[in-house]
Every structure is written in structure tokens, then in C-alpha cells.
Design a protein. Structure first.
Length: 134
């Protein structure tokens, strides 16, 4: 988790043992440990060989904490959103989708229903910042 500290424009890809790929993007610098950060440009996505979906943060949740990086002594590495997307040190993804999800899932098509624990592979990519002005 120290490698994420002071990084920005991060894409994390998590592939489960069930061949589901979950990813999320964090645009702002991760400048704190043991503190939730707010990033209204963050989003969650899922894909497999048949379908891909992008889930934006709901408008009414844009100013809420989205990412938490834990201390090295913690059992958890990080949490993303209030859906309890947590990666622990045993490389297990713990997820639980709540009714008050931060993400704009379709009515039924939630990537996580109920509570799940997966064994995973994790890939972290730091994207280059664009010089293009918007």
C-alpha cells in the first residue's frame, strides 16, 4: 500500500477466481493513509469476455469519501466506495453491495449482490496525465 501513497490517476484491476474483472479509477492524489479521500471523478467498472459496464458515482454521493488506504499493520489494504470493496492482505476481495450504493448501478445489474469473498489477482496502473487542456 505504500506504493499507492502520493500517486494519482490510478487504475486498479482486480480479477477474481471466477474470471470477473472489477476495476476502479481514482483521479486525485492518494495523499493520506488511514483516512478516506473524496474524488468525484472516480468510477467503478466490470468486464468479462462478454460484457463491460461502467458505474459512475451517483450525483447525490459525489462529495462522499470514496477511497481508504490502510496502514501496513492493518488486515486490509484498501477500501473503495461504501459497497465494501475491500482487498485484504490474503489477496481476498470482500464485497457487499448496499442499497445506499455510491455507484449508479442499473436496477438489477449489480456486479455484487449480497456479500462475497473472492481470491484475486491485482494489477495497479498509474495513468499518465494528459497535457491536453479541457
Amino acid at each position: 500500500n505504500k506504493k499507492l501513497f502520493n500517486s494519482s490517476n490510478i487504475v486498479m484491476l482486480i480479477q477474481t477466481d471466477e474470471k470477473i474483472t472489477i476495476g476502479f479509477y481514482i483521479s486525485i492524489q492518494i495523499d493520506s493513509i488511514e483516512k478516506w479521500i473524496i474524488d468525484d471523478k472516480s468510477f467503478l467498472f466490470t468486464f468479462n469476455d462478454k460484457v463491460s459496464k461502467k458505474y459512475e458515482i451517483k450525483e447525490n454521493k459525489k462529495n462522499e469519501p470514496i477511497f481508504h488506504l490502510y496502514e501496513n499493520w492493518s488486515e486490509k489494504l484498501f477500501s473503495f466506495g461504501n459497497d465494501e470493496i475491500v482487498l485484504n492482505k490474503n489477496m481476498e476481495l470482500i464485497s457487499q453491495t448496499s442499497n445506499e450504493s455510491m455507484f449508479d448501478y442499473e436496477r438489477i445489474d449489480k456486479p455484487f449482490v449480497g456479500s462475497h469473498s473472492f481470491n484475486i489477482k491485482l494489477i495497479v496502473i498509474q495513468m499518465k496525465e494528459s497535457n491536453e487542456q479541457k
